[in-house]
Design a protein around this ligand. Structure first.
Ligand SMILES: [Zn+2]
Ligand SMILES: [Zn+2]
Length: 132
């Protein structure tokens, strides 16, 4: 498959994706709201098929004891969600250049969503994290 690229707004963080992207998941949790200013839609790719090519601006914030969020220290873009022990890297879908080729699959943590917008699409909506 074709390589995809992505970056933060200023270019101080850039990355390459060599593998298939998971469909994007819209997350309305408090952390995603605070880091993005709205809600987040994130995809994921195997860490073996993902490479950070420019990390000049990359900074990691430990948002919980099991996960960290990667952002650009210069322009403030929110880029990555990295859970300890997980073999996939979460990537904010809007940071990928051009066409992603994926769709949004569902909404999670809708119990925490803001009151200033409605979710009126037909996608599954989970109060918290979907049960397996
Ligand atoms: Zn930047
Ligand atoms: Zn979230």
């Amino acid at each position: 498959m074709d390589k995809k690229t992505g970056s933060c707004l200023c270019g101080d963080v850039q990355f390459v994706i060599m593998g298939d992207l998971r469909d994007s998941v819209a997350c309305h949790c408090i952390q995603c709201r605070k880091t993005s200013g709205h809600f987040v839609s994130a995809t994921a790719v195997s860490k073996d098929e993902f490479k950070i090519t420019v990390d000049k601006g990359l900074k990691w914030y430990h948002s919980s004891n099991r996960a960290r969020r990667g952002f650009c220290n210069n322009c403030g873009s929110s880029l990555f969600w990295d859970q300890e022990g997980r073999d996939q890297m979460g990537i904010m879908s809007g940071t990928i250049d051009g066409e992603t080729g994926i769709k949004t699959s569902n909404h999670i943590y809708v119990a925490k969503k803001g009151d200033y917008y409605d979710l009126d699409d037909a996608l599954p909506k989970h109060k918290t994290y979907p049960q397996k």
